[in-house]
Design a protein around this ligand. Structure first.
Ligand code: MN
Length: 574
């Protein structure tokens, strides 16, 4: 998203003076300029007698060459709930955003004639602002990026001049809006607030849609969120009392809780336990057993890894692991007799689980299916999972309460027997290029075994069918560029040892291993999120980090995927 911001433009010079004046004087109440003065009796559909000044001979389908449309810049429409709901149409002109407030919103309906109040130019920094403007400040309320894209002037080569003359014909290429629009100043242009009243209309071209209503398309094209959702949990504030390049204040997503690691005293108490005992961590007591049992055989030259080590790993990494686990049912891959003995999937909460362990009942489970799932939402519950021999944690891709809605689109670069890790990296870099091109934010993680996964945060409202189809489309395009590396065969023994770009994990109750979960292999390797540029690191290995080294890795490098938890992101059409 960031790349959409700050396109170099001409020096706006004095053009923003009216905006700055608002900023300086407007701290107490929403200034008149941002209020939309709809005259009584104003009608959405042009009343008889109102002239729109369409020149005679105007053609609906203007032939190519006429109007010499060149992309002039970006446009944005923000849906802004201030004193009154309105839509702000902004066109990038000479380094500023020329702006009109449209109470009823722009429409594709060619019959509509919408009031558009010409308001002061806005700074380019405001282009993709979405969030909340504090009450009492200029424009106080909530704002979403309702549509965005590019615009180009038609008929006139100098849009600033056309605006000054009171008539601008232009084409929009947005995600909702498209086609030829006209902005035209009314004869009786001055309203009560001293602002020019214009009309906005859509020509009857191939993009026109009779009856089209902007209120039927309420979600942000930037985040997929509605004004209500943004108001409830804004990602940013706009401080109109600050200079434009400092005005946007990013807020952490408030929906992800924060967990503290165990204290040094608590960890010392764990070390002080014998083979078994009761450990109190953050006020909850966990009964621990067989703490010195080896769960992972040693790597050559290393020490075997005990259950105590796994307990400590879950406790220390809990603040990093829990954002991926809380509010989700979890499937456990258990190896109570150690990683070198067969393991098995375990989903049902056992009767001996502590009473404080959160549980979720699957109402749609058939008889014989798992009825009650554990939900890991505290340091103590992670510790309990380690004691239970749950070496691998697989949280659902969906969150409670609506488990049919995924929160991630998952890409799994699954190597075959003949695939090298270099092949896996080549494939992952192709995803990097594709996602960059699509302006989709995501992060890779090494699995701790042989592969790499890419996790893509998505907005609320998608189904698993949506995410599976989207990941399949991207993956098929990537596979087509390197057919020697990839097989699309369902059965492993038919893949000829080639890698699989597995999109089928995007389904309810299908899971991938959690970030920072251990894997059942010698030395206790860990699945670790990495930055995209680490795909170019010659030292990268899929099992580079173990539970002995991952804490230092995280202290140094953080968690690139953690920044994306809860990100409301639209999957662009392919
Ligand atoms: Mn506004």
């Amino acid at each position: 998203m960031a790349s959409r911001r700050r396109k170099a433009g001409a020096d706006p010079g004095a053009k923003l003076d009216p905006y700055r004046a608002k900023r300086d004087f407007g701290v107490t109440a929403e200034p008149a300029g941002e209020q939309v003065h709809e005259p009584a009796g104003e009608q959405v559909h042009e009343p008889a007698g109102e002239q729109v000044h369409e020149p005679a001979g105007e053609q609906v389908h203007e032939p190519a060459g006429d109007g010499a449309s060149e992309p002039a810049g970006r446009f944005v429409v923000q849906r802004h709930r201030a004193t009154r709901l309105h839509y702000d149409l902004r066109l990038e002109v000479d380094g500023v955003l020329a702006s009109w407030a449209v109470p009823k919103g722009p429409t594709l309906d060619p019959k509509a004639r919408q009031l558009a109040v010409h308001v002061e130019d806005h700074p380019l920094e405001y282009y993709d602002f979405e969030g909340v403007i504090p009450r009492g400040e200029y424009g106080g309320g909530d704002v979403i990026v309702w549509d965005w894209g590019t615009w180009s002037p038609a008929k006139a080569s100098d849009p600033a001049k056309a605006i000054a003359a009171g008539e601008l014909h232009f084409d929009l290429t947005g995600e909702k809006l498209a086609g030829r629009f006209v902005l035209i100043r009314r004869d009786d242009a001055r309203g009560g607030g001293g602002k020019e009243q214009w009309l906005l209309l859509h020509k009857a071209d191939e993009h026109a849609r009779p009856g089209w209503d902007p209120e039927d398309h309420p979600r942000s094209v930037r985040s997929g969120r509605t004004n209500d959702e943004v108001a409830a949990a804004p990602a940013a504030l706009w401080r109109s009392d600050l200079p434009a390049d400092e005005a946007e204040q990013r807020l952490a997503p408030p929906t992800v809780p924060v967990w503290e690691p165990p204290t040094a005293d608590e960890l010392a108490a764990l070390d002080g336990l014998g083979a078994a005992g009761r450990w109190e961590v953050q006020g909850l007591e966990v009964k621990l057993t067989n703490l010195d049992k080896v769960l992972f055989p040693a790597l050559p030259g290393g020490a075997p890894v005990t259950k105590r080590d796994l307990v400590r790993h879950h406790a220390v990494l809990a603040p990093r692991m829990l954002p991926y686990l809380y509010d989700r049912p979890i499937n456990l891959n258990r190896f109570p007799n150690g990683a070198d003995k067969p393991g098995f999937w375990h989903k049902e909460v056992p009767s001996h689980a502590p009473s404080w362990l959160r549980r979720w009942h699957n109402e749609s489970a058939d008889e014989g299916d798992t009825q009650w799932y554990s939900v890991v939402d505290s340091v103590a519950s992670l510790v309990w999972m380690a004691n239970f021999g749950a070496l691998e944690l697989h949280p659902w891709t969906s969150r409670l309460p609506d488990v049919r809605q995924p929160t991630w689109a998952l890409i799994d670069v699954d190597p075959g027997e003949r695939s090298t890790f270099d092949d896996v990296v080549v494939l992952s870099r192709l995803y990097r290029t594709a996602l960059e091109h699509l302006q989709v934010e995501a992060a890779p993680k090494v699995t701790g075994k042989r592969g790499i996964q890419i996790w893509v945060p998505i907005r609320d409202g998608y189904t698993f069918d949506d995410t599976r189809a989207w990941v399949e489309s991207v993956s098929r395009a990537i596979g087509a560029t390197v057919p020697d590396l990839v097989s699309w065969e369902w059965q492993r023994d038919r893949r000829g040892g080639l890698a699989r770009l597995d999109y089928t994990q995007n389904a309810i109750n299908k899971t991938l291993v959690a970030p920072f979960s251990a894997r059942p292999a010698p030395g206790a390797p860990v699945s670790v999120p990495i930055r995209w540029e680490e795909l170019d690191d010659p030292d990268l290995r899929p099992d580079r980090w173990t539970i002995a080294t991952v804490a230092a890795r995280v202290d140094e490098a953080g968690d690139p995927l953690g920044e994306l938890v809860g990100r409301q992101q639209v999957l662009p059409p392919l």
